[in-house]
Design a protein around this ligand. Structure first.
Ligand code: C2E
Ligand code: MG
Ligand code: MG
Ligand code: MG
Length: 291
């Protein structure tokens, strides 16, 4: 299984070099088939309020249950889907599936907002806002129940276009989040005028906090910056109790990570949610916490 998964991964990366190569065309037809044959899976990862440990939303993350290659992670096909334009179909599938999941949960008495990742190409698609609205209306999901995550890099690629799409989505009632913040060279002056609600600190800084004073300072100043711009701050990649504690001390609002839970299929998520107990986190922090 592992060998086939690797094979599938290298196929995706080779294909990136030449979109017209036979390998690339075969991956594209595999992806088309994946949608038709229902091989894509929407996993959910909980997002908690760091002060209380309460679960306040979940992020939808796509996987490909490949017939011979195992569970393929998005890094092995999203870049390819982006490059070939297939991402538009993929994004529509993700949105419809997230709307279906939200509706099923709501009907079972669970009212939890969902976050969805959009890609660079999605932002360039002027018809996207209308398409999303139509897809979620089918499941009677309000725009305010969805948060759309856009990476800082995608926004900076075409600032004009990104701004106009984001303004449209925001005025329709969708919540907006800047994903992987700190890796995309955006300027403060630009960010302050975007209609976003949330900023997600890139996992690389969160993971490095334990061993690097510079990274702790980057995280603290990012939290301060976000709060000064009236944005809610989410840390991704919380893998330890220490990281949670430190982020809570720094005033970070929310967090996600393997310490809370890995992403999981919808049914498993609902069961996990029913059994979730916030950990009892001690007050003691290492002396280095504020250095
Ligand atoms: P992202 O949106 O920044 O999502 C966070 C990624 O970090 C997810 O990887 C998640 O499983 C992983 N993660 C969460 N907590 C931890 C942790 O504590 N430690 C570690 N090591 N990893 C953690 P995943 O699901 O493999 O997704 C990777 C990226 O692929 C996402 O990054 C996002 O950019 C993209 N992606 C995933 N699903 C979709 C989708 O439906 N549409 C689009 N356009 N992109 C997607
Ligand atoms: Mg994300
Ligand atoms: Mg992220
Ligand atoms: Mg990331």
């Amino acid at each position: 299984h592992a060998a086939k998964q690797r094979q599938c991964g290298s196929l995706a990366y080779n294909a990136q070099l030449d979109a017209a190569s036979p390998a690339s065309l075969s991956l594209l037809s595999d992806l088309r088939r994946a949608i038709d044959d229902q091989e894509l899976r929407l996993y959910l990862q909980p997002k908690v309020e760091l002060k209380s440990g309460r679960v306040i939303s979940a992020e939808a993350l796509v996987r490909w249950q490949h017939p011979s290659g195992g569970l393929v992670p998005p890094a092995q096909f999203i870049p390819f889907a982006e490059q070939t334009g297939f991402i538009r179909e993929l994004t529509q599938w993700v949105i419809a599936e997230a709307a279906r999941a939200w509706r099923a949960a709501a009907d079972a008495g669970i009212n939890l907002p969902l976050s969805i990742n959009l890609s660079t190409r999605d932002l360039m698609d002027q018809e996207l806002p209308g398409k999303i609205a139509a897809l979620i209306a089918e499941f009677e999901v309000a725009p305010g129940a969805l948060c759309l995550e856009i990476t800082e890099t995608a926004i900076m690629l075409d600032q004009q276009r990104a701004r106009s799409t984001l303004q449209q989505l925001s005025s329709m009632g969708f919540k907006l989040s800047i994903d992987d913040f700190g890796t995309g060279h955006s300027s403060l002056a630009y960010l302050k005028d975007l209609p976003v609600d949330e900023l997600k600190i890139d996992m690389s800084f969160v993971k490095a906090m334990a061993s690097s004073r510079a990274d702790r300072r980057i995280v603290r100043s990012t939290i301060e910056l976000a709060h000064n711009l009236d944005l809610s701050v989410v840390a991704e990649g919380i893998e330890t109790a220490e990281a949670w504690q430190l982020l809570a001390k720094y005033g970070c609002d929310e967090g996600q990570g393997f310490f809370v839970s890995r992403p999981m299929p919808h049914a498993q998520f609902v069961a996990w949610l029913a059994g979730w107990q916030p950990p009892a986190l001690g007050e003691a922090l290492p002396d280095t916490a504020f250095s």
